[in-house]
Design a protein around this ligand. Sequence first.
Ligand code: PLP
Length: 392
Amino acid sequence: MKRDNLSPSTRAIHTNEEGPRRNQPVAPPIYLSATFESKDIDEQVALEEAKADTFYTRYGNPTLSLAERVVAELESAEAAAVFGSGMAAITTSLLAHLKQGDHAVVQREVYGGAHRFALELLPRYGIEVSWFGATEPDGFEKAIRDNTRVVYLESPTNPTLKLVDIERIVSVSRERGIVSFIDSTFATPLNTRPHELGVDGVLHSATKYLGGHSDLLAGVVAGSRELVDRVKSFQRVLGGNLDPHAAYLLIRGMKTLGLRVRQHNDTALAIAHFLKEHDKVEAVHYPLLPSHPQYELAKRQMRGGGGVLSFEAQGGLEGAKRFSNAVSLIRVAPSLGGVESLLSIPCLTSHAMLSSEEREKAGIADGLVRLAVGTEEVSDLRADLEEALSAV
Ligand SMILES: Cc1ncc(COP(=O)(O)O)c(C=O)c1O
């Protein structure tokens, strides 16, 4: 059977098979070692020069290499690098592609940490940043300058689930020689295929769906061998590496990605429809609801709507607080992408650092609740939501 014809979720299960298939462990070993012994000094020098994964773990490690191969398979990319957090993957990738005097164009709705990095840190190193809105027509084109080197995207966005038209952006960035990055955490490698659409570097907070069990912190970037090698050469200095034990958990999580994402997609869509019909709910944001302003783009760009939705209950912030205090199955916690459903109120948590005017501009109402739908039975989630909404 030709491996190239396998679907990404099957490849995530079978990537560890190398060499003859006899007496191999079905689950991969964990190389829980900071360093590796060489036969002699000449071999040690050769290993370092070859950037081998059996020299020193900040330079590489066989367990990390396996995690990287699985990520590359999932994104249909030549290569991938794994990091100790999503933020380490984002900041290292951007620093590797920008230098003093360069200009970057960044989508306004990106994750708070990435937003802050672009707003506060990049300018300190002489890198100029311009912003554009995901749904702004020609926003990216208008922001481009002669020294624009990078465009940074995220789709769907947190917490309002807006999409950016990836093909449209890429058609311009490619023509202008601008390196494109996208944070595809919410979409997962199964629901949107940014690299196949032409994005150069695909980033994930692997803490979320790739890990899938709320028990590890990790980040990844996938792209061409050249792009990934460049990022890794910065990672060796900046040091945002993943621990081999966490890499094992990530590999294990990615084996069930297909299974989990299918369930997240189905359950979140059912919950989005349930909330849309509920008389205590004023608005629901979910890419695959026909009422989503970018529904046509969502159908074109996404194979499933993902596990995150947001909604406004009646009563503004007070209503949202009453609702949050009344859930029993769903847990009040930041993060997303695990099998358990989690909720948060963005204006009090992830977006508390924005002024109320900035939040209003971004479409984040004070009463907005973000629900990261897990993989529980729809009937159990509906019952919990019904009970909590009766408190609103
Ligand atoms: C969309 C998105 N990107 C990046 C990050 C940062 O990832 P990490 O917390 O793994 O550093 C997060 C974290 O919540 C996120 O939601």
